[in-house]
Ligand binder design. Sequence first.
Ligand code: NOJ
Length: 763
Amino acid sequence: MLAVAASLACAPLLAPSYAAAADNPAADKQAFIADLIGKMTLDEKIGQLRLISIGPEMPQPQLIKEIAAGRVGGTFNSVTRADNRPLQEAAANQSRLKIPIFFAYDVVHGHRTVFPISLALASSWDMGVVEKAARISAVEAAADGLDATFAPMVDISRDPRWGRTSEGFGEDPYLVSQCARASVKGFQGSSPANADSVMAFVKHFALYGAVEGGRDYNTVDMSMQRMYQDYLPPYRAALDAGAGGVMIALNSINGQPATSNKWLLRDLLRKEWGFRGVTVSDHGAIDELLRHGVAGNGREAAKLAIEAGVDMSMADSRYLEQLPTLVKSGTVPVKLIDDAVREVLGAKYDMGLFADPFRRIGTKADDPLDVDAESRLHRADAREAARKSMVLLENRNQTLPLEKSGTVAVIGPLADAKIDIMGSWSAAGKARQSVTLLQGMRDAVAGKGEVVYARGANVTDDERVVGYLNFLNWDNPEVVQDKRSPGEMIDEAVRVARKADAIVVAVGETRGMSHEASSRTSLSLPGSQLALLKALKTTGKPLVVVLMNGRPLTVNWEKDNADAMLETWYTGTEGGHAIADVLFGDENPSGKLPLSFPRSIGQIPTYYNQLRIGRPFTPGKAPNYTSQYFEEDSGPLYPFGYGLSYTTFSVSDIRLSAPKLARNGKIMASVTVKNTGERSGETVVQLYVQDVTASVVRPVKELKDFRKVMLAPGESRVIDFPVSEDTLKFYNARLEYVAEPGDFNVQIGLDSASVREARFTLE
Ligand code: NOJ
């Protein structure tokens, strides 16, 4: 990492007018910016509010002209130093005021090296892993001349039909907030001005994960209490960790699109939370105000957005076209433009671009000869992150770990899928550099055992779905179908499997199925994948199901019939090696689910921290006239926080240091966790709290703390969780953040469903 940073030594192309900012690091940012704004024409100001995507709509020569004319504030999708340099030269050398532009990109879970998707990183429950993935992503992105990333994505998602579930960190406000913090720390390092840091733009503000029915871009209608209590904390956590930017969500919130939502962007974000940084609309979102039906034309859309507090418009021309006349006619006060420009310039100042516009672009002489060179990857770190991110769902009769000697049949449409294993938003990752499960298994057994392979099925048999998934890549389709019939492929797989001692079968979704605009109406394995599993089961060989997917799936048959099942999500560049590490026991799995798995789509939502109700279903009691669905068992298929290990752990009863908690005081809730098995292993000890009686209905339980601990066989450790008034606070009916006196249940366990419980009283 350090080597990369050192090679980015600042280029001597400093725009002369900004020498002060570079020479005097203590130069007052606000004074510097105020002075600059004073020199800007209205058109130059409006130019700063444009965030342009390089591409067919704006090819490079045209973009250079726009930049030189002072009509661009930043770009995205221009990804190498060589590509970014002429753009920055146009800004820093040719534009009248030589204001640098910034370069952003969707660096969500890796850049050149693809790390596991965010949902997988959250499954590690290891904030060191989350932070390191973001840090390395930043180092690689900065080495490509990028200054900012549209990440982390911290939308709480409780409806797995939503394809973007894969991009976030799950269903729980506390866990997602921890991940948000760790990501921002990783992306920005000690400062977003560092040459090896990128500024984090937290997204999508706000509540995008709560789109009705899990249908992407749909509306959100939500009580203020739920917002404050559950959905807003992760954005706040990212901002408290110093995220310099905010991307505004595409959805509406209680009848007002986020992009025109004054309450959201001015009252909450700026006034209540005190955010000082830049806001950007999402792609084309100002235009979309017309389709939302809150603006009658482009002029109204631009007016609504700037009034609401959208500083930069992404990939639409409304600001450029409309703001000049809106200001000149006195309809929009120039102060609003100045306020937005101040934030854009402030972000660039914080990125260190006024001190040196080329701090991440460097000089041509230092450009990598091959941007995709192997030497630029961080494979070991990606493998380590992936090993920590997998969740062992089943392991009957210790089927896993497998022996490296003998023959393993590696089967399945995702077993050798180089593109899919990267997951969605894999930035500058190259599929040819990713290690598939098949490759990982072959490497692991080399010289000891044998791997035999058959594809067994396509992920989907539905050509309409294939067409949908290939929509953006007709010339280079991601989903390439095996033309044989499902029956032929299954027969071949069964023949291959019969030769083996064990079957490892990789099934799930193509990465495009768990992506933006990829909402599903079913959460079962698509196509003939289940038929493949059933046929393989008839061989009587141990059946190890390896899931690759970006959302919970309704894997009921699989749960009951697989001898072992490992949730791998999408594990990234080194995925195949990491999965093999787990399957062969070189790594003892330690991941825990960051969201609940439903039994069926009809039971959604199944998130664990639901509000209490008057007629709850109680396991073991008659279900009549209780809240449940009568055709199926109740409760999740796999609960939040769940995950097995190759060893076993016990958790003692809870010891409370005192039965009463004084205001401003602290008590300790402690358990002894013991490794009762025969292998070293890590587990996650989870602390939940339930408010027994409160002025408003409170959740059945809420995660408040967790510790990931490594224990040798037979080793015990005492885990102390401090509990204070702060742990017990919530938003009451007046949205005051309070802890009310009375009884609380504290619960500790290794998943959200199996916990020990003790009670104390807040005085
Ligand atoms: C649209 C997506 O919603 C957002 O997450 C992304 O950052 C932008 N496009 C830019 O690519």
